[in-house]
Design a binder for this molecule. Structure first.
Ligand code: PHE
Length: 395
């Protein structure tokens, strides 16, 4: 572990880098593999961290958030990209059977390790540091920020990518007083104050926000914050008071505080009215020079789309999220959206263990006009891999 002070925009934040041998070992094993899922995960891991790329609006959002006075004094922690499922799920109150653990939602590097699905797992890495455990013994308050890439299997449309970025913060303070319910309420109010400050830094002092009750396994109470943008309320983040039972898993008792986490792409898209998440990864100068917070994105030009449908019959064990990954592997960011046109079973025709699917793949580039000659080989490859990887019969 290294620890060096680095300047934020206004305030100093000590930077803590967590370096674990387990990650290196899992990476080395992944490096040797050549199966489709391994190649995909390697590609994801190699993608740049846009929250640390100065030309990206995601970096700008991080800088703005860091200039909130309420985050003064918090550390910045960099945690592994590959993390144990045991830590991410078991210790955060998501026991066996919890949907987030499923292999159709999470990328498993091997049976024990996953690509991190959210930055909240940083609580573990932070609280188990010897220097923090020493602060706990002395009854001090402390907190940290964590941001970077996270990975989740997802559908394909213009608002979702399976690699995206989050920014989270957490503050821990010794519990004072015996009335737990009152303490929870008190910290919930503090959380509202902090998040209102952050949203002022991000969206300006006039932005309205509101909080609704929500549910997260590791916080209680839990809330979501919405902000008002052009007359509509937009969900912006999840937050809450860390659960005592979860903190206990990290060897911390009689502590409370607040925590939050938000997606950077979402804020960038809302802030600049971006029509497509892929624009954040564009190398087109006409796009890039527009990607500045505070400017409203003007479509460079909407290039025509090319549609291709694919119908097939597959075993009922078929997992759509894994299929979307295959389409992304082959079509890359030329695929704008994949929609399900129909899905049905017909025991007599296909057999009781089979299902028929028809998907429409919408190809469209954010920076050029696509030609059918370019799309045809991609579509053919998708067809042949659908057969090979999913045991499908193309119809
Ligand atoms: N981890 C949650 C998410 O990924 C956000 C969150 C962070 C909620 C901290 C509560 C506390 O959406």
């Amino acid at each position: 572990m290294g620890s060096t002070p680095t300047p934020g925009t206004k305030y100093m934040h000590k930077e803590i880098i967590i370096d674990v041998p387990e990650e290196k070992q899992a990476l080395a094993e992944l490096e040797k593999r050549t199966d489709a899922e391994a190649i995909r995960m390697k590609r994801f891991l190699a993608m740049p961290d846009l929250s640390r790329t100065p030309s990206s609006p995601l970096y700008e959002i991080v800088q703005k958030a860091l200039s909130a006075k309420s985050l003064e004094g918090l550390d910045i922690i960099k945690i592994p990209e590959i993390v144990p499922a045991r830590i991410t799920f078991d210790l955060f109150n998501m026991p066996a059977g919890h949907p987030a653990r499923s292999k159709s939602d999470t990328y498993y590097v091997n049976e024990e390790n996953i690509l991190r699905t959210h930055d909240t797992v940083m609580w573990y890495y932070y609280l188990t540091l010897p220097e923090i455990q020493a602060k706990v013994k002395r009854g001090e308050s402390f907190g940290t920020i964590c941001y970077g890439k996270v990975y989740r299997k997802d559908e394909i449309d213009n608002r979702h990518m399976n690699v995206f970025h989050q920014f989270g913060g957490v503050w821990f303070a010794p519990m004072s007083g015996a009335d737990k319910a009152a303490i929870g309420l008190q910290w919930r109010e503090e959380l509202k104050r902090v998040l209102t400050d952050i949203s002022h830094n991000l969206f300006g002092i006039d932005v309205k926000n509101r909080f609704n009750n929500d549910n997260f396994p590791y916080t209680d109470p839990s809330m979501e914050m919405e902000i008002e943008k052009d007359g509509t309320w937009i969900e912006m983040l999840g937050c809450g008071v860390p659960r005592e039972s979860v903190l206990k898993n990290f060897g911390v008792e009689n502590y409370t505080g607040w925590a939050f986490g938000f997606g950077l792409e979402r804020l960038a898209m809302v802030g600049m009215q971006l029509p497509d998440i892929r624009l954040l990864w564009s190398n087109d100068e006409r796009v890039k020079k527009q990607l500045k917070l505070g400017t409203v994105y003007k479509e460079v030009s909407k290039y025509p789309k090319i549609l291709r449908d694919i119908s097939f019959v597959v075993p009922k064990t078929f997992v759509p999220n894994n299929y979307f990954d295959l389409i992304r592997d082959i079509g890359g960011d030329l695929v704008e959206e994949v929609t399900l046109l129909d899905k049905y079973e017909n025991d007599q025709k296909f057999g009781a263990d089979k299902m028929s699917y028809t998907y429409r793949i919408i190809y469209r580039s954010v920076d050029k006009t696509l030609k059918t000659e370019e799309i045809d080989p991609l579509q053919q490859k998708i067809e042949s891999e659908t057969k090979k990887q999913f045991g499908a019969e193309i119809r």
